[in-house]
Design a protein around this ligand. Structure first.
Ligand code: AMP
Length: 225
């Protein structure tokens, strides 16, 4: 098996989206972000989007039934045949089990869970200052740490930058609570399976990227052997 089936694990604001975009280019893997998929549904005003928005605005997890089928379909799709980079999924043990089961059914398995670690105080600072491109949510900025050249304008495509509804202080706190209670147990879950790789997400994004890229390159070599 030479495919790379990867999960990016870590709290909201750890830099999963930023790193996923870079790794997508390094290894030509599809970046599958459940948050971006859900926000696209919200923008389209679909039934799923309307249902999901209530949970997202509260900082809670969208029910598993909705998310699991959405992701499994995507992982089984043709562009993920050589592997994938999952960002924001799984977020609890049921989702992790569902993913493992789907992969087993396809005769595939997870290559690694890449954990990006950052403490809560730093996360609140990052999320509260985060701005995203209204047209392409993977164009991400920070008012203080990574400002655009012109205020509120995306450097990459000139679109307007906005603050995500769930990046407001009160919702941020709730999202972190949800992370600690529901998603953090997955660290142990993947560690026990021998699939966990840890990265210090407080370092410079270029350095985090270099470290993850080296790990993924080594994994790919192992997969080819
Ligand atoms: P994110 O962009 O990954 O921070 O996701 C934003 C919001 O979308 C979360 O706070 C949840 O409400 C929802 N969401 C994203 N991924 C999942 C998931 N795997 N399970 C449940 N809800 C999710």
């Amino acid at each position: 098996m030479s495919e790379l089936n990867l999960i990016l694990l870590g709290p909201p604001g750890a830099g999963k989206g930023t790193q996923a975009e870079r790794l997508r280019e390094d290894f030509t893997l599809p970046h599958i972000s459940t948050g971006d998929m859900l926000r696209a549904e919200v923008t389209q005003g679909s039934d799923l989007g309307r249902e999901a928005k209530r949970y997202m605005d509260a900082g809670d997890l969208v029910p598993d039934e909705v998310i699991i089928s959405m992701i499994i379909k995507r992982v089984e799709g043709p562009d993920a045949a050589e592997g994938f980079l999952l960002d924001g999924f799984p977020r609890n043990e049921q989702q992790a089990d569902a993913l493992a089961e789907a992969l087993t059914g396809l005769g595939r398995r997870l290559s690694a869970a890449l954990l990006i670690e950052v403490g809560d105080d730093e996360l609140v600072r990052r999320l509260a200052g985060r701005r995203v491109c209204v047209k392409n949510p993977s164009h991400i900025y920070h008012v203080e740490f990574d400002p655009p050249k012109h205020e509120d304008v995306c450097d990459q495509d000139g679109s307007r930058l906005i603050q995500r509804d769930d990046d407001k202080e009160e919702t941020i706190r709730r999202r972190l609570q949800v992370y600690h209670s529901q998603t953090e147990p997955l660290i142990d879950y993947y560690d026990r399976a021998g699939q966990l790789r840890r990265f210090d997400g407080t370092r410079d994004p270029d350095e985090v990227h270099a470290r993850i890229r080296a790990t993924v390159a080594a994994l790919r070599l192992e997969e080819k052997l």
